[in-house]
Design a protein around this ligand. Structure first.
Ligand code: AMP
Ligand code: MG
Length: 610
């Protein structure tokens, strides 16, 4: 076992995979595809009517029973397992050595009696256009596992497990490159307390290749989430006018995903949103608000940590407020609000600056999906045959649209207020402030971002290094010190001179930062540093690091680097990880990975191909 795994993880006591309590509420509470109505019919289809399990339109139901591909175990290798995800799911760590676990993570061990695997239907708005049926084209859900000690239930999926009815023209497989990225970033975001889907393991196949822009090795990530539902899960039923399925899904989401209306409202009250939920008597309005709230909070945290998903189509936007479906994502290097990590995003739709707006655009699609449910004048009408077959009658349509528009508008205001609250609070924490003021967003936060933009400062290092600057020690802020702290990376073309930048930072520190700290009585540099070190990561999973990991794993057969970078991602706030005398090679990698971004590693973009 990695000797640097912290105490909490070492003391972890979990159960075996076999003993993990398993359920399948998704397939037992929701209607499935009537063409494959039971696990038995899916089993039979594999020999008698395999077309049913291959790409096609699934016109009814919310999922299809389908199994992952089987593999020759001798040709599989588990490349990495996240101890944090094992702990959170409730598995004991040494379970990863068991044959059962090794079989499970590549799709060779099913728990059919407890839960027959399935692929879920969803649709999506992609880059502004309706894309029709999408669905789990290469992810297969195996079961929901409940952590016996925390009670948290995760739906566990194999991504890259083979074709399903939702694979469209593609192969149902995932390449090692994108699997390494998804595996590591899931755990990195979680370590930063950004809500996210998780990754349990990464495996690959020594004998299987996949064709993308080039031929690449095939891999599987086992991933888990409290829910894999997306806005696109709702979109498709509205566009198909399948009102019964829309209602079934909304009810499932309320009861099974969020634990019921009472739970939603109580949680909201605990989080200081009592007023916003007060007096809402319509369950579907509460559902919409809950999704708006979660999305706003997570979007704010993405901005605070400079994280960009790169493809925020509605099929990639979680209703649980999780970061999910990682393709061309990126953490910001040099601060540039117009940066998009997606090579194909020519209109900068998914750039850093546009992210909050585009997430609201996505939430408006959800508002439209749910509109009939929350804006109907009489909720009892939703249960009638008339509604299910024809929707809102024409005579009532105008009133209905007026109500729906008003509600979406109100939720827009709510989105904005939740987003701004978390945005300001998050940046305030990163700046070492103990309180947030209404003026901070347009004041100290905006000025810090402007400083980073004009002087091309590294978004991540800025905060960590700011924590180390003694603002109150007599004569401590001097221009030379500033240059040696903030301006250590290579300076590109068109960047102000070092002297000019150091002077501007000096002015910001003395005229804006220090007075703001004084104002709230935070004049202890050491206390501020320790607060800041707990929220400002020293290690950030940047794209240049991922590129290096991929290269080393794929081309050089290096296995250690994955565990090493996973360890850094799981413990991002440490000042140092490995002592120089303990292991020089690890130490050197850590210095590089947590140091200045090399010039050629700045702002790397990715394509959607994965
Ligand atoms: P993504 O762009 O990865 O979010 O995927 C969009 C849609 O394409 C989803 O329905 C995916 O399941 C599907 N998809 C992406 N890659 C593949 C693949 N290699 N095989 C099957 N389906 C895929
Ligand atoms: Mg997706």
């Amino acid at each position: 076992m990695d000797s640097s795994i912290n105490k909490k993880e070492r003391g972890f006591a979990g159960v075996s995979l076999e003993d993990l309590p398993k359920s399948h509420s998704f397939t037992s509470k929701l209607p499935g595809d009537p063409k494959v109505p039971t696990p038995e019919s899916s089993r039979m289809a594999t020999t008698e009517n395999v077309q049913l399990l291959l790409p096609r339109m699934v016109k009814d139901g919310l999922f299809v029973y389908v199994k992952p591909d089987e593999h020759d175990m001798a040709k599989t290798e588990v490349l990495a397992v996240s101890p944090a995800a094992m702990r959170d799911l409730g598995l004991k760590l040494d379970e990863k050595e068991s044959e059962e676990f090794k079989k499970f993570v590549v799709g060779n061990r099913l728990f059919e009696e407890e839960s027959y695997p399935w692929a879920a239907l969803y649709g999506g708005w992609q880059f502004g256009d309706w894309a029709g049926q999408l669905g789990d084209g290469r992810a297969i859900s195996m079961f929901e596992g409940t952590n016996p000690s925390t009670g948290v239930r995760y739906e566990v999926q194999l991504k890259g497990a083979g074709r399903t009815p939702f694979s469209r023209f593609a192969d149902g497989r995932a390449v090692l490159r994108s699997s390494i990225r998804e595996f590591l970033v899931s755990e990195a975001l979680n370590a930063l307390s950004v809500p996210t889907t998780r990754a349990l393991s990464l495996s690959y196949f020594t004998n299987e290749k996949v064709l993308r822009e080039r031929i690449e090795p095939r891999a599987i990530v086992v991933r888990m989430a409290e829910s894999w539902l997306r806005i696109g899960s709702f979109d498709i039923h509205r566009l198909r006018q399948q009102r019964n399925l829309l209602i079934a899904l909304a009810d499932y989401c309320i009861e099974e995903v969020f634990g019921g209306i009472e739970m939603i409202v109580n949680e909201a009250k605990k989080n200081g949103y009592g007023d916003a939920y007060e007096g809402l008597d319509h369950r579907y309005r509460i559902l919409y608000k809950e999704i708006v709230r979660r999305t706003a909070e997570t979007t704010a945290l993405w901005q605070v940590y400079g994280f960009m998903n790169g493809v925020l189509n509605t099929d990639n936007v979680s209703v649980y407020g999780l970061s999910m479906d990682f393709g061309p994502f990126s953490f910001m290097d040099t601060y540039d609000p117009t940066f998009t990590p997606n090579h194909d995003d020519h209109f900068l739709r998914y750039s850093y600056r546009n992210t909050p707006t585009i997430m609201w655009w996505n939430l408006v699609r959800l508002g439209e999906d749910l509109a009939e449910l929350y804006a109907v004048d009489d909720p009892a009408f939703l249960a009638t045959e008339e509604y299910l077959s024809s929707g809102i009658p024409e005579s009532k349509f105008e009133d209905f649209v007026g109500r729906a528009e008003k509600i979406i508008e109100e939720e827009g205001e709510f989105y904005k207020s939740v987003f701004e609250k978390h945005y300001a609070a998050g940046f305030a924490r990163r700046l070492g402030l103990t309180q947030t003021k209404d003026t901070d967003k347009d004041g100290i936060i905006e000025s810090a971002l402007e400083l980073m933009k004009v002087h091309k400062l590294d978004f991540q290092h800025f905060f960590r290094r700011l924590g180390g600057v003694s603002v109150f020690a007599k004569d401590a802020i001097d221009v030379e010190v500033i240059a040696s702290v903030f301006l250590t990376g290579q300076r590109g073309i068109g960047v102000p001179s070092t002297e000019e930048s150091a002077n501007s930072i000096y002015e910001w520190l003395t005229n804006i930062y220090r007075p703001r700290l004084e104002e709230e009585g935070s004049t202890d540099d050491r206390a501020r540093k320790s607060r800041m070190d707990n929220v400002n990561p020293k290690f950030v999973l940047r794209n240049w690091i991922l590129d290096e990991v991929i290269e080393r794993v794929e081309k050089l057969g290096d296995r250690k680097v994955l565990d090493h970078v996973l360890h850094l991602a799981l413990h991002p706030f440490e000042e140092a990880w490995t002592a120089e005398e303990e292991c020089l090679e690890r130490y050197k990698d850590e210095q590089r990975f947590s140091g200045d971004v090399p010039m050629e590693g700045q702002g790397i973009m990715c394509s959607c191909s994965s």
